[in-house]
Design a protein around this ligand. Structure first.
Ligand code: FAD
Length: 526
C-alpha cells in the first residue's frame, strides 16, 4: 500500500512556477530532504491575489514509496462496438456529442455521430476565409464543425456545476486524449485554442477505433417521426438514418434545428438568455489591477469576474462578465451571412496583448415578443440585434465598436483603439445597435465595474458588438428522469442547444448523462 503526506503551501510565483524551487519548498515543508521522497504529486494550484503581493497556493501529495498506478492513467478504455446490437444517432460533434459517443461506447452502444461541419483541420480554412474575406459558411464557422463551438475557444474548463466527480472524469478523459495534465491541477484550468484541435481529433479517433462512426458534412434537415416516436433523421443528401434513439446535441446556434422542431410540432420553449458586447482592454491594465505589479512575471494573464444588478423601467436585470479571455482574441462567431456576432478565444499561453470579455445583460421572457413569436421569441430578439450590428457596420464581418468611456458619455468615438479582432472595427454608437434598454443596463454595469477595477471603464478600452450567443434562447424540454422529450419517444435533447449546459465541461457531462439515459430507456423498451 502506498502512503502519502499532504502538504499545503503559499509560495511566491517565482518559486511556485520553478519546478526545482517548488520541489525543494514542498520537501522542506514536509521536513524531508531530496532523496527521501519517491514522488511529489501536485494536486491543486491557484493564484491568491487578495494580499499585497500575489501568491500561489499549492496542495501536493508527497510519496515516500511508489505512487498509485492510477495517478497517471490511462483511465478509460473503449471496447469495440462493431458488433453491437444497439445504436444511437448523435447529432452534433460538439463536447456534448463527442462525450455522448464515448460514453455510449463504454456502455456497448454503437454511436453514429452526424456533424454538419468539417473535420477540425479542414474547418480551419473556413475560419481563415471568415476572418480575411468576411465569408460566412453556414455549416463551417466558429460555432459549427468538429468539436463544436468549444474547439476554437479559450478552452476554459470550469463550470458552476458542483458535481466534482463528474468534472474530474471529464478532465481525465481530456488528458487521456492529449490535453495537458495541468488541467487536473489548476483551479481555473484551460486548454487554449492552439491545443484544442489535437484533443478533439484524438477524441474522434477513439470513437472510430472502437467501431463508432463520425460523418462530417452531414447536416440533419428532417426528422423521421412515426406519430410521437422519433425513429431517425434525414440528412442534407436525403439519406434516411435510423437507430434505437437520437441524441440531439446541436448547440445554441443551430437555428434551423429549432425551426425544424417547431415546424414538425415538437414542443420547444422560449428561454431567458443574455446579450451584450465584448469589451477589450490592454492585458497589462488587467494584470496591474489584479496583481498590483507592473510586470506579471510568471503569473498567468490575470482575469476577472464581475456582476452588478441593474434597474431600468422598473425591471431588475443582472449584468455580468461572461467567458473572459485573458491574453486572447475577439473572433467573428456569426453562423450566417448578414449578421455580426463576436466571441473570444485564447491560446494556451494566453500571451496576446489584449484581455477581452463578454459583458452581457440578462434577457428575460418579458423582454421578448413571446406573443408574436412564441417559442422562437428569444431567437428573433437575438437575430434582430445581430443583423442590425451587421447593417450598421457596413454589411461585412467588420464589427461595430465604441470606446468605453465614450459609450458611458453617449459620445460618438472619433477613433478606435488597436484590436485583436481580425476582420476590423468601425465606430458606431452602440446604443443604435443594442437599443435603449440593453445599452442603459450595460452602462450601469460598466460604471459599477469601473469602481471595482481602476481604469476599467475608460477610453483605454473599447466595446465590440454583439455578444449574443451566450446561451440558448430556446429550451427543448425533457423528462427529468428519463432525459427523453416529454412528448416524443426516442428523442434525447442534449447539451447547450437544448438548454441543459453552458460551457465545454457541462456540455460534456450532459452528453455522458444522455448516453446513460439512452441505455436505460432502450433497455426498458423506450
Ligand atoms: P456545440 O459545441 O455548439 O456543438 C454543436 C454541434 O452540432 C456543432 O458542431 C454543430 O456544427 C453541430 N450541428 C448543429 N446543427 C446540426 C445539424 N442540423 N446537423 C448536424 N450537426 C449539427 N465554453 C467553455 O466552457 N469555455 C470556453 O473557453 C469557451 N469559449 C468559447 C469561445 C467561442 C468562440 C465560442 C463560440 C464558444 C465558447 N464556449 C466556451 C462555449 C462552448 O463552446 C459551448 O458551451 C459548448 O461547445 C457547447 O457544447 P455542445 O456540444 O452542447 O454544442
Amino acid at each position: 500500500m502506498t502512503s502519502s503526506q499532504e502538504i499545503e503551501l503559499l509560495l511566491t510565483p517565482e518559486v511556485a512556477y520553478d519546478e526545482l524551487a517548488r520541489y525543494r519548498a514542498l520537501l522542506d515543508a514536509a521536513g524531508l530532504v531530496p532523496g527521501q521522497a519517491d514522488f511529489v504529486h501536485l494536486r491543486k494550484r491557484s493564484v491568491d491575489a487578495r494580499g499585497r503581493q500575489p501568491l500561489v497556493r499549492l496542495r501536493a501529495d508527497i510519496y515516500r514509496s511508489a505512487p498509485p498506478a492510477d495517478l497517471f492513467g490511462p483511465w478509460f478504455s473503449y471496447p469495440s462496438v462493431q458488433q453491437a446490437t444497439r445504436s444511437v444517432l448523435i447529432v452534433g460533434a460538439g463536447p456534448a456529442g463527442l462525450f455522448a459517443a464515448l460514453r455510449a461506447i463504454e456502455l456497448g452502444i454503437k454511436p453514429i455521430v452526424l456533424e454538419r461541419g468539417k473535420d477540425v483541420r479542414t474547418r480551419r480554412r473556413d475560419l481563415a476565409a471568415l476572418n480575411k474575406e468576411h465569408l460566412v459558411n453556414p455549416d463551417s464557422n466558429y460555432c459549427f464543425g468538429e468539436g463544436g463551438a468549444g474547439t476554437y475557444s479559450d478552452g476554459k474548463l470550469y463550470t458552476r456545476s458542483t458535481k466534482r466527480g463528474d468534472i474530474q472524469r471529464i478532465l481525465r478523459i481530456l488528458v487521456q486524449h492529449g490535453a495537458t495534465p495541468d488541467i487536473l491541477v489548476d483551479a481555473h484550468p484551460h486548454i487554449g485554442t492552439n491545443k484544442l484541435p489535437y484533443v478533439v481529433a484524438t477524441l474522434r479517433d477513439s470513437v472510430l477505433a472502437a467501431g463508432g462512426e463520425v460523418r462530417f458534412d452531414t447536416r440533419v434537415d428532417d426528422l423521421l417521426l412515426t406519430g410521437q416516436h422519433l425513429r431517425g433523421v434525414v440528412t442534407n443528401t436525403g439519406e434516411e438514418l435510423t437507430a434505437d434513439a437520437v441524441i440531439l446535441a446541436t448547440g445554441h446556434s443551430a437555428r434551423d434545428i429549432y425551426e425544424l422542431l417547431h415546424r414538425r410540432g415538437v414542443l420547444i420553449e422560449a428561454k431567458p438568455f443574455a446579450l451584450g458586447v465584448r469589451v477589450e482592454h490592454p492585458q497589462q491594465l488587467i494584470d496591474q489591477a489584479q496583481y498590483r505589479r507592473q510586470d506579471r512575471g510568471q503569473l498567468p494573464a490575470a482575469s476577472y469576474s464581475l456582476v452588478h444588478q441593474t434597474q431600468w423601467q422598473q425591471r431588475q436585470r443582472g449584468v455580468f462578465s461572461f467567458c473572459m479571455c485573458p491574453g486572447g482574441f475577439i473572433v467573428p462567431a456569426a453562423t450566417a451571412p448578414g449578421e455580426v456576432v463576436v466571441n473570444g478565444m485564447s491560446p494556451s499561453r494566453r500571451d496576446s496583448r489584449f484581455a477581452n470579455s463578454g459583458i452581457v445583460a440578462a434577457v428575460e421572457l418579458e423582454d421578448m415578443d413571446v406573443r408574436q413569436y412564441g417559442a422562437l421569441a428569444g431567437l428573433r430578439f437575438q437575430q434582430e440585434i445581430e443583423q442590425r450590428a451587421c447593417q450598421l457596420a457596413g454589411n461585412t464581418q467588420v464589427a461595430p465598436a465604441q470606446l468605453l468611456g465614450d459609450f458611458l458619455k453617449k459620445k460618438v468615438s472619433a477613433e478606435l483603439l488597436e484590436t485583436s479582432y481580425q476582420p476590423g472595427l468601425v465606430s458606431v454608437p452602440m446604443d443604435q445597435v443594442l437599443g435603449a434598454g440593453l445599452a442603459e443596463r450595460l452602462r450601469q454595469g460598466f460604471q459599477n465595474f469601473g469602481r471595482k477595477i481602476p481604469g476599467y471603464a475608460s477610453n483605454m478600452a473599447q466595446i465590440v458588438g454583439v455578444e449574443s450567443r451566450t446561451s440558448s434562447p430556446v429550451r427543448i424540454p425533457r423528462d427529468r428522469d428519463t432525459l427523453q422529450h416529454p412528448e416524443v419517444r426516442g428523442l434525447f435533447p442534449c447539451g447547450e442547444g437544448a438548454g441543459y449546459a453552458g460551457g465545454i465541461v457541462s456540455a460534456a457531462m450532459d452528453g455522458e448523462r444522455c448516453a446513460e439515459a439512452v441505455l436505460a430507456q432502450v433497455a426498458a423498451g423506450l
